[in-house]
Write a new protein. Structure first.
Length: 84
């Protein structure tokens, strides 16, 4: 069974690419880029999963809109701080 590559767009600067080349001498830079893309996709998926959970909790009446908004804001701050 043939596998198909999935392309996930990720912003990679020239400095990132140079760092990857130093980290993987003789290795595959594209493999490092793929790993970066997968990590970015996991972060995005975690944020989407959190949004779904918050919506479900609000719909069930377990949480107010204000509580859900506060948790969502905390999650956004956490994701942004990890990117830096």
């Amino acid at each position: 069974m043939a596998t198909k590559d999935v392309i996930i767009p990720v912003r990679v600067t020239r400095a990132d690419r140079d760092l990857l080349k130093r980290m993987a001498p003789g290795g595959s830079v594209s493999a490092w880029l793929r790993d970066l893309a997968l990590a970015e996709a996991r972060k995005r998926r975690a944020v989407v999963d959190l949004a779904r959970l918050l919506d479900a909790a609000k719909a069930a009446g377990d949480m107010t809109d204000e509580e859900a908004a506060g948790l969502a804001a905390d999650a956004k701050r956490e994701v942004r701080s990890r990117r830096r």
